[in-house]
Design a protein around this ligand. Structure first.
Ligand code: SF4
Length: 336
């Protein structure tokens, strides 16, 4: 007989780990899918094998990391069900992730999907009515099983068909963590991340950057969204953005995201931030960008610092001398 298999939406949080284990405990094979976007899990990019090995070794879970960042852009830009407290389009995000998982079911030979959702745990995306909306809009009614709270929900097809023993599914509800922690202890799971961490769309600073970018640059692109997750952001003109790298890795990534009409700003003779200026730029704006860049460098307390300004991706450029912006003036430019 063909083995029964489920695909799991996996966030790396305890609930998704437990959901996998509850189903695996019934002798069902589970493949966990970790979808990554610029706002969640993107630091796993390039480290997929290591992440996969960690999940296997630590939780006994077969994991695949899948980058869906570019397609996810539309979910962030135009969520049908709106945003949560910050810029988190949780309902649309779940619908999108689950829809993507559903598309993979046939190729994976999976009969149903599982998630670690717990009814009543999150105000926006885990209410009873929202759980139904997510199933409906992702086209997964009857095949989306939530093992941690299944006893509160209608039996799904795998339960009705006896593939899954409903009696061994759980009845967790609400925001408490005691049940989850007790179950983790029973499985011997000690090493897991704290709850509700990890999504930058729920971060007020990232939300402010996205709002500014949408409103002032009319930029809802994948690359624009990636830029909101990097560096420090300043409005150096009404519609001009300055992004200042915080370390070498960020400098490189910011430079990679530069466009033809952007400017790069950096110190001439000291290692320090690389900054990107995007939007209308006149000499005053460039001087402000250079002064902020100098403030964000080791030359913060010097005078007349030499700074290069050049078209993004080009060599050479013009050298100007600026005093680093006084710290007290910085707040008026800061976006987040
Ligand atoms: S917190 Fe972030 S990753 Fe989680 S459902 Fe909401 S938008 Fe998606």
């Amino acid at each position: 007989m063909k083995p029964i298999k489920a695909l799991a939406l996996y966030s790396g949080g305890l609930d998704s780990i437990l959901a996998c284990r509850v189903i695996m405990e019934q002798g069902i094979a589970v493949k966990a899918l970790r979808f990554i976007t610029p706002f969640t899990g993107y630091n796993m990019k390039g480290r997929e094998a290591e992440v996969r090995e960690h999940a296997r070794r630590t939780y006994g879970i077969d994991l695949e990391v899948i980058d869906i960042g570019r397609e996810y852009t539309e979910v962030v830009a135009h969520p049908r069900h709106g945003y949560g407290k910050h810029f988190n389009p949780c309902v649309d995000c779940k619908i999108f992730f689950i829809s993507r998982a559903k598309e993979l079911m046939e190729a994976e030979g999976a009969s149903f999907l599982i998630t670690g959702e717990v009814i009543g745990q999150r105000p926006m995306s885990q209410r009873r009515d929202t759980l139904h909306i997510i199933e409906h809009d992702s086209g997964t009614e009857g095949i989306l099983l939530r093992p941690l709270c299944a006893q509160h929900l209608r039996p799904t097809i795998p339960e009705q068909e006896g593939l899954v023993d409903r009696a061994r599914l759980l009845a967790f509800a609400g925001r408490g963590r005691k049940d989850q922690m007790a179950l983790a202890a029973r499985y011997g799971i000690k090493d897991y991340p704290p709850p509700a961490g990890g999504c930058l769309l729920a971060d007020p600073n990232i939300a402010a950057r996205l709002r500014w970018m949408f409103d002032n640059l009319n930029d809802r692109s994948f690359e624009g969204m990636l830029l909101t997750t990097l560096g420090r952001h300043f409005a150096v003109g009404e519609k001009t953005l300055l992004v200042v790298g915080r370390d070498e890795r960020e400098n490189d990534r910011i430079a990679q995201l530069g466009r033809e009409d952007d400017y790069e700003v950096e110190l001439v003779s000291l290692p320090g931030p690389l900054s990107l200026v995007r939007g209308p730029a006149n000499p005053d704006i460039i001087e402000t960008a250079a002064a902020i860049t100098a403030f964000c460098s080791k030359a913060r307390h010097e005078r007349q610092v030499e700074v290069t300004c050049r078209k993004a991706g080009s060599a050479g450029g013009e050298v100007i001398r600026v005093d680093p912006l006084p710290e007290a003036a910085l707040a008026s430019y800061r976006i987040s």
